[in-house]
Design a protein around this ligand. Sequence first.
Ligand SMILES: C[S@@+](CC[C@H](N)C(=O)[O-])C[C@H]1O[C@@H](n2cnc3c(N)ncnc32)[C@H](O)[C@@H]1O
Length: 233
Amino acid sequence: MFFPPPSYENVLKQITYACSRYSVPACLLEQLDHLREFMEALARQEIPRRAPDFGDIDIIESDEIERAIRSARSRTQRKHGMWSMVDSTWTRDLADWMGQRICLEVMAGAGWLAKALSAHGLNLIATDFDARAKWGKRPAVYPVKPLDALAAIACHPEAEVLLVSWPPYADPVIESLAEAWGTERPIVYIGEACGGCTATEPFCAQLQVTDRLIIPRWPGFHDEVLMGNYLLP
Ligand SMILES: C[S@@+](CC[C@H](N)C(=O)[O-])C[C@H]1O[C@@H](n2cnc3c(N)ncnc32)[C@H](O)[C@@H]1O
């Protein structure tokens, strides 16, 4: 059964209510403030300056706070089509790492990452096969070429870095992609490492990581930016 994502008004109301609970730890209150600003920016289709980070918070002892964050995550992913929490702060570091290289992003979704990186001056081509029926309707925030990931690699031999964020869990297409891309050129993978909810075990095991960036996270998720080269099986 398909449930629509929570409305913007409802998400903001839940965040406000969660903040009004007394005994909310100061560190959580600060992240809830960032969450409100984050949701406001997404509603304007702007890249948020700073995403909330719930990565260090192990236990949320309040049902209201947990509900507010869950609603915000549901809206971010299902309405806005943003899976890794993109902001203009950490994407600056990623853009610096990429430098002048031509970047091909596959499975780019609504194009949030592409929008943030191109605002930092990156030379980037964003692609996605745009399976709307499966991933929900989402307004694109950046021109995303409607291309299957394997076709995108074949169509863009000029690309120097492959970027992929939150490739679908357990879908072996990520392994075919990495094999087609080859071992020489770097891959930037945003997702969870081995045992996580993105990509596949063989892909994660065969990505030889050279650099990493820790990014803001939703509670219970461990996604990060892993840069490296793919070792063929
Ligand atoms: C979980 S979403 C991640 C979206 C975006 N990268 C992000 O991190 O917000 C996965 C995306 O992969 C796309 N996708 C899945 N399989 C694909 C394929 N074989 N070729 C191109 N896009 C694909 C879907 O359309 C969807 O937009």
